[in-house]
Design a protein around this ligand. Structure first.
Ligand SMILES: [Zn+2]
Length: 238
């Protein structure tokens, strides 16, 4: 039992070091993924606006063509006016010219509305594009920050991962299940005694329990915090 308890304690010491390294990263990984999400959203907005600008341009080009066509038709009708043979022909040509001019007027109005819309889309696009660029810049900074932290802790992290694998092999399966369960909400699952108290919650451990802990013949959980208590000679009086 002593070997089993000490194996867990060893694992805890390694995990605490790994926790310290992870603490150095702080919330950088979360910040990075939230920035990436925001960039995606902002890019959807800019590409929507870009699409709107293109659609407006296409329609404006169509209108240009339509107006040019109507103008040339009207011009042609106007020259034909000089060679009409009767009133009926004259009226028909005049009505065609009026119709073309009215249509040109309508199209010109649509053109003005489209120009206004395009201006607005362009402004919104530039605004949204600025947001994307600022977010991308922030993302790059955070990525670099994280990269530097990872680089400075890389060797230690690898060594610890290796040590952890070795420590895991030495643990008992059931003990490990208890350890992992405590670790889901407490970083320290195995608490050494320190000056007669649990080092996890700092509550005093009864003297009789301390005597039992020193025998290492069974697993004792702290009655206050539920951590696995362990007697560590070196640590007990620090
Ligand atoms: Zn405790």
């Amino acid at each position: 039992m002593e070997t089993r308890l000490k194996a867990l304690y060893e694992l805890q010491k390694i995990d605490s070091k790994i926790d310290d390294i992870e603490d150095l990263r702080g919330n950088l990984p979360e910040t990075i993924s939230s920035l990436q999400e925001k960039i995606l959203e902002a890019e959807v907005k800019t590409s929507g606006l870009d699409e709107a600008i293109k659609t407006t341009l296409v329609r404006r080009n169509q209108i240009d063509d339509e107006i040019a066509l109507l103008k040339s038709k009207a011009e042609k009708s106007k020259t034909q006016l000089y060679s009409v043979k009767n009133n009926k022909e004259y009226d028909a040509l005049m009505s065609g010219i009026d119709h073309a001019e009215l249509k040109i007027l309508e199209l010109s109005e649509e053109m003005d509305r489209l120009a206004d819309a395009q201006k607005k889309h362009r402004e919104n696009f530039e605004e949204a594009d600025k947001v994307v660029k600022a977010l991308q810049e922030e993302l790059e900074e955070k990525k670099l920050e994280l990269k530097e932290i990872l680089k400075s802790t890389e060797t230690e992290q690898l060594q610890l991962n290796h040590q952890r694998e070795k420590a895991l092999v030495k643990t008992n399966k059931n003990d490990l299940a208890i350890y992992n369960k405590i670790r889901t909400n407490k970083k320290m699952a195995v608490a050494p005694l320190r000056k007669g108290a649990c080092n996890g919650c700092h509550n005093k451990v009864p003297p009789q329990r301390i005597v039992e802990l020193r025998k290492y013949d069974k697993m004792h959980l702290c009655e206050f915090c539920g951590r696995i208590l362990i007697y560590d000679e070196e640590f007990s009086n620090i």
